[in-house]
Design a protein around this ligand. Structure first.
Ligand code: ADP
Ligand code: MG
Length: 583
C-alpha cells in the first residue's frame, strides 16, 4: 500500500494528515502529488468525485508557496460557493502547522468588502468562484499578477455553468509562466479546449472510472410512463422507510416543484438550487446534515457542494443532460465503505441512455419494478415492528399508563398487536389498495413521453361555461374514454384544445361528425401542431390537472408517512392537504 511518507511531503503535512486520520493516499493523490512537488508543470487530472482531488492539489500548493510572504501565490477556481468553502476548510486543515498561512475564500452572495479586507491582510492562497473573482479583479481588490499556481477545480462543471468567459478574463490578469492544474471528473470537449488554450503540454493523469465509493454503489433503473414519475418517486421513498437521499432533477424549476410536492405530501424534503439565497442554502444543508431532511431535491450544480456521509439512495428523478454527470450523482452515495443505491426513474424514450451510462460507469444496471402498493404496505409494517422494538420508552407517559391500561384491559397481547398494526395498515392500505402498477415493460406504449398523441381543436370554451375540468369530464363521458386517455385540456374563451392518443383519433373525429350542443354544431379538428409529442411541456391547464391528481394522491400517503416522520396529522385533518408545520 502506498504511504503519504513516500510522496515527498514535509513533516508538517504528514502530521496534519495523521491528525485528519487519512491512512493512505488515494490513487489520484499518489499519482499527482509527487509530480506536482517535483516539477513546475501544467497538469490535467481526471478523477471522479470523492477521490480526494482537493488534497492532490492542496498539499503540493501548500508545500510550494512561501507562507512568509504575503503575496498571493496560488489561485483555485471552483464552481460553487459550497465547494469554495469546502476547499478552503480542507486547505486550512492541511496547512494547520504552516505558520502565517492565510487562505481566503471569495464567492458571491456575501459581503464583498469583508472579502476584500481579508485579501488585504495578505492571502497566499485564494479559493474563488469565477464570477466574484472577476468582479473583484475588475475593481482592483485582488492582484493575481504574481501567482505561480492556478487550479481549475471541477473544470467540467465550471464550463457547464457558463464560466468560460469569466475564467478567460481572470486568467488574462495572471502571469504567462504560472503552472496551471486542471481537475475534472469528466473530459468533455470543452474541457479539452480550455486545456489547450490555457496550458502548455500538460502532463495528463487519469485514474480511470474507479471512485473511492463506486465499488459499493449498485445501480437500478425503473421504467415508468413519464407522467408517473412523481408517483414512482413516492413509492420508492415509501418502500425505503429509512431513506436518506439526494433526488436529482434537471432544472431548478423541477427541483423546486418536486420538493414542494414532497413537502405537501408530508415528506421531510427540501430543495437546493441556485435560485435560493446563500442563507437559505446554508439552512437547507444544515437540516440535511442533521437528518431533519430525508430527501434533498437538488440540481447537479447545487449538489456539487454536498459532502454528506451516509446517503443511502441517490434518486435520478430525471437523467442529466450530460450523461457523464451521472457519475457525480451516484458518487454521492456509497462513501466511506458504506453501500449505496443509485436509482434512475426512466421513461421509455430515455431507456437507451441506460446502456450509454453502463458503458461509462462500466457497471450493469439492474432493471427493477416499482414496488406495488402491497409490497410497500408490507415493508412499512415490518419497519413499524422493528421501530417499536427499538423504541426507547418515554417515561413521561407513565402517569397515563393506568388509564390507558384500563381502556385496553380486555385485550390480550395478540389482540393488541393486531389492533396497533391495523391502525397503520388500514391507513395506507386504503391509500394503496386501488393503486396500479407503475412499471412498464419496454414494449409498452409510453404516452407520457414519446408515444404519438393527437391534439384536437374544439369550438367549445369558456363562453359555453366550460373550464378545463368540466370540459374534460364532458368529453370523456361523450367519447367513453378512460380517466387518463384524454389530457392536456386547454380552455380558451370560445374554443379549446385537448389531446388523446393517436389510436383514438378516428373515433374522436367520427364522434363529432354531426354533433350538436344546444342547437349549435360542434366541430372538432386536428390542431395545426397536430401530432405533438406527449413529452413536451404540459400546458398550463394540463399541469394543474396533474397537480390535482398528485395532491389527492398525497393526502392519504402523508397521513401514513406521518407515522414515521414525527408529524402525524390528526384524523380530523384528513383531506385538508395542509402543509406540515416546519420545525
Ligand atoms: P473530490 O474533490 O475528488 O470530489 P475531495 O477532495 O472533496 O474529493 O475528498 C472527498 C473526501 O475524502 C473528503 O472528505 C476528504 O477529506 C476525504 N479524503 C481525501 N483524501 C483522503 C485519504 N487519502 N484518505 C481518507 N480520506 C480522504
Ligand atoms: Mg473536489
Amino acid at each position: 500500500m502506498p504511504t503519504f511518507q513516500s510522496l515527498g511531503l514535509e513533516d508538517q503535512f504528514l502530521q496534519a494528515i495523521s491528525d485528519l486520520g487519512f491512512k493512505s493516499p488515494s490513487e489520484v493523490q499518489e499519482r499527482t502529488i509527487p509530480i506536482l512537488l517535483d516539477q513546475e508543470t501544467d497538469l490535467v487530472s481526471l478523477a471522479q468525485t470523492g477521490t480526494g482531488k482537493t488534497a492532490a492539489f492542496g498539499f503540493p500548493m501548500l508545500q510550494k508557496i512561501n507562507a512568509d510572504s504575503r503575496t498571493t501565490q496560488g489561485l483555485i477556481l471552483s464552481p460553487t460557493r459550497e465547494l469554495c468553502l469546502q476547499i478552503t476548510n480542507e486547505l486550512v486543515a492541511y496547512g494547520k502547522y504552516v505558520n502565517g498561512l492565510n487562505v481566503v475564500a471569495i464567492y458571491g452572495g456575501a459581503s464583498i468588502t469583508d472579502q476584500a479586507r481579508k485579501i488585504k491582510k495578505g492571502a497566499q492562497i485564494i479559493v474563488a468562484t469565477p464570477g466574484r473573482m472577476k468582479d473583484m479583479i475588475g475593481r482592483g481588490m485582488i492582484d493575481i499578477s504574481k501567482i505561480e499556481y492556478c487550479v481549475l477545480d471541477e473544470a467540467d462543471e465550471m464550463l457547464n455553468m457558463g464560466f468560460y468567459e469569466d475564467i478567460t478574463d481572470i486568467l488574462s490578469h495572471s502571469p504567462e509562466d504560472k503552472s496551471t492544474w486542471l481537475f475534472s471528473a469528466t473530459m468533455p470537449k470543452e474541457v479539452a479546449t480550455i486545456a489547450r488554450k490555457f496550458m502548455h503540454t500538460p502532463i495528463e493523469i487519469s485514474v480511470g472510472t474507479k471512485n473511492v465509493g463506486a465499488e459499493n454503489v449498485s445501480h437500478e433503473y425503473y421504467l415508468v410512463n413519464a407522467r408517473d414519475r412523481y408517483a414512482a418517486l413516492k413509492r420508492l421513498a415509501d418502500a425505503n422507510p429509512d431513506i436518506f437521499s439526494v433526488v436529482f432533477c434537471r432544472t431548478k424549476r423541477d427541483t423546486q416543484k418536486v420538493a414542494e410536492r414532497l413537502i405537501e405530501d408530508g415528506y421531510n424534503a427540501a430543495a437546493i438550487h441556485g435560485d435560493l439565497s446563500q442563507n437559505q442554502r446554508d439552512m437547507v444543508m444544515k437540516s440535511f446534515r442533521t437528518r431533519q431532511i430525508q430527501m434533498l431535491v437538488a440540481t447537479d450544480v447545487a449538489a456539487r457542494g454536498i459532502d454528506v456521509e451516509d446517503i443511502t439512495h441517490v434518486i435520478n428523478y430525471q437523467l442529466p443532460d450530460e450523461i457523464e454527470t451521472y457519475t457525480h450523482r451516484s458518487g454521492r452515495t456509497g462513501r466511506a465503505g458504506k453501500s449505496g443505491v443509485s436509482m434512475v426513474i426512466v421513461s421509455k424514450s430515455e431507456h437507451r441512455k441506460i446502456r450509454t451510462i453502463e458503458k461509462i460507469i462500466q457497471k450493469k444496471f439492474e432493471q427493477k419494478e416499482i414496488p406495488s402498493g402491497m409490497e410497500i404496505c408490507e415493508k412499512q409494517l415490518f419497519h413499524l415492528a422493528s421501530s417499536i422494538k427499538d423504541t426507547e420508552v418515554n417515561h413521561d407517559i407513565d402517569p397515563y399508563l393506568d388509564g390507558i391500561n384500563e381502556v385496553l384491559t380486555e385485550f390480550s397481547k395478540e389482540e393488541l398487536i393486531k389492533k396497533v398494526f391495523s391502525v397503520e395498515f388500514t391507513r395506507f392500505y386504503n391509500y394503496y389498495k386501488n393503486s396500479k402498477d407503475l412499471s412498464i415493460a419496454a414494449g409498452d406504449s409510453d404516452r407520457g413521453s414519446d408515444s404519438p398523441s393527437i391534439r384536437f381543436f374544439i369550438n367549445l370554451g369558456g363562453k359555453d361555461d366550460f373550464d378545463w375540468m368540466s370540459l374534460k369530464d364532458f368529453l370523456r363521458d361523450l367519447l367513453q374514454l378512460g380517466k387518463d386517455d384524454l389530457y392536456k385540456v386547454d380552455v380558451m374563451d370560445s374554443f379549446s384544445f385537448f389531446n388523446v392518443d393517436e389510436k383514438h383519433k378516428d373515433m374522436v373525429l367520427h364522434a363529432f361528425e354531426s354533433f350538436k350542443l344546444n342547437g349549435r354544431q360542434i366541430t372538432v379538428e386536428i390542431s395545426k401542431d397536430g401530432k405533438r409529442k406527449g413529452g413536451g411541456r404540459p400546458s398550463r391547464k394540463g399541469r394543474r390537472d396533474f397537480k390535482k391528481k398528485g395532491r389527492s394522491f398525497g393526502n392519504d400517503s402523508s397521513k401514513f408517512k406521518g407515522k414515521n416522520r414525527r408529524k402525524k396529522r390528526g384524523p380530523s385533518e384528513k383531506g385538508t392537504g395542509g402543509r406540515r408545520r416546519r420545525r
